[in-house]
Write a protein that binds this ligand. Structure first.
Ligand code: AMP
Ligand code: GLY
Length: 424
């Protein structure tokens, strides 16, 4: 069969790495892809948000299954468009993707179905939002309602920071129309974990646990990023907690979406805050996590393609996934300056040497080719992912890869996985 993967980051590289292992697959295309992906798939020059052009391509090439990586095409309705053309596609439709596309939508869903989360209120009026912050006091969290590339959340330790956040979002419109409405919610304390489940809209198939490192610097300091590294399994998610998450969060979410007339199929990503062994939802995403997909998919033993097809067809009846009995750790190598401004086009050395290391894969994210040389072209550039018998071995393996690679101003955290180790 022919598979098309939409996107061009580390998540999509990891998806293609896994899809390429399937005996069912003859050819993989990726739009737009990246130089690392180009080693496994044919990259097509169509942007991930050019959904009409993607649909025309899939029809012309008779693609058997399309897998959508990022949230933007999902919230634009790529799944509705493909389905209307009779094409099989993995991911939620436009209505269901609101679970990520609108914070207000997801908070209302959680309230309606008693899914544990922070107390909140939504506002379209600036003065009312400021009054609410003054009434509640700090710490408090301010969120732009719509998609803001992971930057629309202000975790405010003071009232002043929270009000400045509301001003930026509602008055200065720094996130454009994503900030027409804000959600203001209770600050939650605890340890974060990412939980993923495949679903066809009715049945669910949970994945192994994982956790990412959101802050840019060691010891969880500095601003939030898309994720500076991730590991799987995450010891914070014990077998008991796994079951609690499935019963109190994942099942009611999927049942609630169906009951509300927008059944959710694809992969559901639940960001959780764990405190005293109890999970509360921080956010939902309508897609795989990045970088979490990289360690997760390296650990996955089962063929992923039948699972993706079953979700797309509404026929998910598999009740478990087989995992390699190893830990995986992904260290993100980023451009110096990220998540703020950074220089692009800097030559990356050591990729060939890194490719010789066993049990270690370098997933490409923000790379491109300039004059025949691979250069940095985004904030998060590479996801260096190692497998090991223990978390410690996987960390060592990933950092062995990192040590082989260099470019000017490269930045990476030196403590990825340390949280998991501290629990061993
Ligand atoms: P979100 O885009 O909603 O995932 O928020 C981005 C990050 O902000 C999360 O991963 C958390 O680290 C933090 N965050 C969001 N909401 C809260 C909250 N209510 N309490 C504490 N931290 C939060
Ligand atoms: N790792 C966070 C995200 O994918 O949104």
């Amino acid at each position: 069969m022919k598979v098309l993967v939409v996107g061009g980051g580390g998540r999509e590289h990891a998806l293609i790495y896994k899809i390429a292992q399937s005996p069912l697959v003859e050819q993989i295309y990726c739009a737009p892809g990246n130089p690392g992906i180009a080693e496994l798939a044919e990259c097509v020059h169509i942007g991930a948000d050019e959904i009409d052009a993607l649909c025309d391509f899939a029809k012309a090439e008779k693609i058997d299954l399309t897998v959508v990586g990022p949230e933007v095409p999902l919230t634009m309705g790529i799944v509705d468009l493909f389905q209307a053309s009779g094409l099989e596609v993995f991911g939620p439709n436009k209505a269901a993707a609101q679970i990520e596309g609108s914070k207000g939508f997801s908070k209302d869903l959680m309230a309606k179905y008693n899914i544990p989360t922070a107390a909140y209120q939504s506002f379209t009026d600036h003065a009312a939002a400021v009054a609410y912050i003054k009434e509640q006091g700090a710490p408090i969290v301010v969120k732009a309602d719509g998609l803001a590339a992971g930057k629309g959340v202000i975790v405010a330790m003071t009232e002043e920071q929270a009000i400045a956040g509301v001003d930026d979002i509602m008055l200065d419109k720094v996130f454009g129309s994503a900030g027409a409405s804000v959600v203001i919610e209770e600050f939650m304390d605890g340890e974060e974990a990412s939980f993923f489940a495949f679903t066809d809209g009715k049945n669910i198939l949970p994945l192994a646990s994982s956790q990412d490192h959101k802050r840019v610097d060691d010891n969880d300091e500095g601003p939030n990023t898309g994720g500076m590294g991730a590991y799987s399994p995450a010891p914070v998610v014990t077998a008991e907690l796994h079951d609690v998450i499935v019963e109190t969060v994942v099942k009611p979410t999927i049942a609630g979406m169906a009951a509300d007339g927008c059944p959710y199929s694809g992969i559901l990503y639940v960001g959780l805050m764990i405190k005293d062994g109890k999970p509360r939802v921080v956010e939902y995403n309508a897609r795989f996590g990045d970088p979490e997909a990289q360690p997760l998919l390296m650990r996955m033993k089962s063929d992923i393609v039948p699972v993706l097809q079953a979700c797309a067809r509404g026929e998910l009846n598999q009740d478990s996934i087989e995992w390699h009995d190893k830990a995986a750790v992904c260290v993100v190598m980023a451009s110096g300056g990220y998540p703020a401004a950074f220089e692009k086009g800097l030559a990356i050395s050591g990729l060939d040497a890194a490719a010789q290391i066993e049990d270690m894969v370098v997933f490409h994210a923000g790379t491109s080719v300039k004059d025949g040389q691979i250069v940095n072209n985004g904030g998060r550039v590479l996801g260096v992912t190692g497998l090991g018998t223990t978390v410690k071995d996987a960390i060592d393996k990933a950092y062995e890869g990192v040590a082989a690679i260099a470019w000017q101003d490269v930045h990476f955290r030196k403590d990825i996985g340390a949280r998991a180790l501290n629990r061993d």
